[in-house]
Write a protein that binds this ligand. Structure first.
Ligand code: MN
Length: 134
């Protein structure tokens, strides 16, 4: 038996980027010839990202709970374990947990030449968040 110990601490998602309590486990960090960034993101009920874009797009893969996501101008969509969402490069969007459920997803993207993973905008208001899913 061989146990490879996790050496990384779970980090709290910063308040500029998230509403509510969000915790992030790093899976892959860019650098040393790789642009891959992968994070395991845990949203508590009602927690969500702010509006944002990714320079090279992003794939999220839901592993637990019930989530919500929305692109600017589109309806809120319900996402569940096994669902994958690809956000196009530059497409403004948010993702998070449903109001009464936890949600965890694996988030994967490639950072740009400057190492940037996202451009952040305004928080998703309670009014925006409470729209009925399409
Ligand atoms: Mn995103």
């Amino acid at each position: 038996m061989q146990i490879m110990k996790n050496s990384l601490k779970t980090g709290a998602g910063p308040g500029e980027w998230f509403t509510g309590a969000v915790y992030i486990d790093t899976v892959a960090a860019p650098g040393a010839g790789s642009r891959l960034s992968a994070s395991y993101v845990h949203f508590t009920p009602g927690a969500r990202t702010a509006w944002h874009t990714h320079p090279n797009g992003q794939t999220i893969y839901v592993t637990e709970g019930v989530g919500l996501c929305q692109r600017r101008g589109g309806p809120i969509e319900v996402i569940r374990p096994g669902d994958r969402v690809f956000f196009e490069p530059g497409e403004e969007h948010w993702h998070g947990a449903a109001p009464d459920s936890f949600m965890t997803h694996l988030a994967m993207l490639e950072v740009d030449e400057q190492g940037q993973s996202a451009t952040w905008g305004k928080h998703v208001t309670d009014e925006e968040y409470s729209q009925q899913p399409g």
